[in-house]
Design a protein around this ligand. Sequence first.
Ligand code: MG
Length: 454
Amino acid sequence: MSTPAASHLIRLNKTDGGLILSASHNPGGPEEDFGVKFNMPNGGPAPEGVTEAIYQRTLEIAEYRIAEAQDVDLARTGRQDIAGMAVDVVDPVADYARLMESLFDFPAIRAMFAGGFTMRMDSMCAVTGPYAVEILERRLGAARGTVLNATPLPDFGGMHPDPNPTWASALMDEMFGPDAPDFGAASDGDGDRNMVVGRGIYVSPSDSLAVLAANAHLAPGYAAGLAGVARSMPTSAAADRVAAALGIASYETPTGWKFFGNLMDAGKATLCGEESFGTGSDHVREKDGLWAILMWLNILAVRGESVAGILAAHWARFGRNYYSRHDFEAIAVDKAEAMMAALRARLASLPGTAPEGLEVEAADDFAYTDPVDGSVATAQGVRLLFKGGSRAVFRLSGTGTEGATLRLYLERYVAGPEGLLADPQAALALVIRAAHAVAGIKAHTGRETPDVVT
Ligand code: MG
């Protein structure tokens, strides 16, 4: 079962919660990664207060008992009596597919496929294969074989089901090749993340969220409009511009889906997204890869334009937030932390300075007060906000034995109508130089060139 489908099942059956065994995009099992996650009755991950209470309880457990029973017959759906317990075995796809059918214009998408529209979906030997085959090929009439690597395998067939241009390189090659289909998509190990690609054009997750927000009303499930849009702080402000134009609220939260869950439970946000290939809505309380892919299909079917055409029209209307993330991996932890400490110490003195000619309007360490429960999250990343909507964000992650990863998020806003179709790295060159100049990345870490650019 995919993580979003599990979230839906919890909500649909109004259970007291649900346990999800998931290792996301890492191979799972006794010898591999083994994640156990508890989701609340709203279908979302348990907040820290609950997981902490569970942990405290584990310290007090004096005994547990194991029932000797026959195995559950997983090939047979319906109720089974297992050692006096009623166990319901459900089809993992059916309820989820029904939910998608209630949100999106399946007849319009079906007509588009019938009219010759072509698609490639790479399920990367992970969980979305059976969902994609049932929904795309059987219900929507996409050609047989549209879904690649559709059989989930315990070790993902040696693939790394992480939907980004690096790990989904086969899909990228096809989409930029001579026989590219109209639309390409991939999802991750447990089905909560997605990447979408047009013929010859990559859609960044930040742009994807903005396009979905601007066009959501074309899908029946969102025809009444959106309550608001939320994005994680490192995600570009493209969605904010859409929200402003629509006259709805926009929220900038720390990274982590639980912050979105609070906003959705309170009816403040309908769509949410993260630059790390996570997109979703209030239909569940997890990000949802196939949901995003179907929303794109719905928009393509109603508008009758290509992905490239939709992006060009979007930028012409809202302007373009050029965006890129540069990762510097395996930096010595002490050096990475010294760089961040030096940067934080200088924050107050930066406004008014103009590195590389870009005037710093504000500089801070992002903090967030949850508008629903009032909780405060601090030190979420250093932001340099330049005049005109450009910015650089610095965050450290993974301070393990392999060293730290510095993530540098770069953004530049171009209002248009000129300059909307440049190469992102070229468009961001000045912001990149300014970020390096202010933080002294090379002086602190010895590194100048990122290991990964997305
Ligand atoms: Mg995942």
